[in-house]
Every structure is written in structure tokens, then in C-alpha cells.
Design a protein around this ligand. Sequence first.
Ligand SMILES: Cc1ncc(COP(=O)(O)O)c(C=O)c1O
Length: 181
Amino acid sequence: MIDLRSDTVTKPTPAMRRAMFEAEVGDDVYREDPTVNRLEERAAEIAGKAAALFVPTGTMGNTIGIKLLTEHGQEVVCDSRAHILDYELSMVAWFSGCVVRAIPTVRGLLSADEVIRNIRPLSPNSAATGAVAVEQTHNMGGGTVYPVRTLCEIYDAAHQRGVRDHMDGARIFGCSGHSRA
Ligand SMILES: Cc1ncc(COP(=O)(O)O)c(C=O)c1O
């Protein structure tokens, strides 16, 4: 049984503590921290991205991610119990100047149809939808896991409409292998 409610309920094993204690360190601003460099290279490789950036908290990752994907005055579609909405000090509004369009869901998981219905039509009166944000695993959903198929459907629907995607992957490695359906 793996408890996926939150990263805060998991504890480092003795091997993890030893690895942290023994890690080679350096100045990461000068790109001289070999451990951070290796971590970022590995993360980029696993995610299939050109590069990765280590940040020390999930909230920082979400704040930077949403900021990079949106412009001031846009909307961000997410579920109504999303961590970015309920627990991150309105960072989406504060840093990105965006408003959240919150969709009520069953245990936090969006569907492509719901996302499509909530992408705003281009009009002189409505804010454009900049991004859709999903949470893997979903904190307030009790650790619910997005099936990969649902994610692909959401991303396809969003991309076809010029909307970008952000994943709050707080427990993505914990649920890896449980989301294939
Ligand atoms: C889904 C989700 N996103 C973001 C966070 C925030 O992480 P941090 O406390 O590292 O900022 C959490 C913390 O539990 C979380 O569950």
C-alpha cells in the first residue's frame, strides 16, 4: 500500500538520508553543483524535455510553470480542489496575473470534455484561456491518479485550441506505473 495523499506523508529512508549527506555540492548558480546538474539532466531525460530546472518546493515549480505558460490577463483551467487554487497563496494571480477557472470534479480528475467546455471562446469580452493545469497525484482527491489516456486526451484538446498544459506532478514518481490504463 503506497499512501499518495501528499509528499508530506512519505519519509526518507536511511539510504535516502545517506545519499543526501554524501552528495557532492557546489554553487548551482555557476552550474558547479554536480549533484544538481546530474539531477536536472536525469529529469530532462525522463520527461523527454530539452532541459529541467531544480526547484526546492512544489509551489515554486507550479508558480514558475504557470508564469512561463501564460500571459497576464489569461485564464488557467483546473479542477476546483487544485493545490494551485486552494493552497498556494494565489500565486497564479499574484505572479502570473491570471484568473483560475475552476471545474468541479469527482476526486480532482478532469476530462477532456470538461476542459473543452471551459476553454473560453475568443471574444472582445472574455479573457483567453492560457493553460490547463492537472495534478498528479491529486492531493485533495485522496491521491487519485490520472490515467495516461485521459491526460493525452486533455493535452490534445488543449493544444488543438492553442492552450498550453501544466502538470503539478507532486507525486508523479510515486504513481509511475499506476497510471497506464
Ligand atoms: C499536489 C501538490 N502540489 C504542490 C504541493 C506543494 O509542495 P511544496 O509544499 O513543496 O510547495 C503539494 C504539497 O503537498 C501538493 O500535494
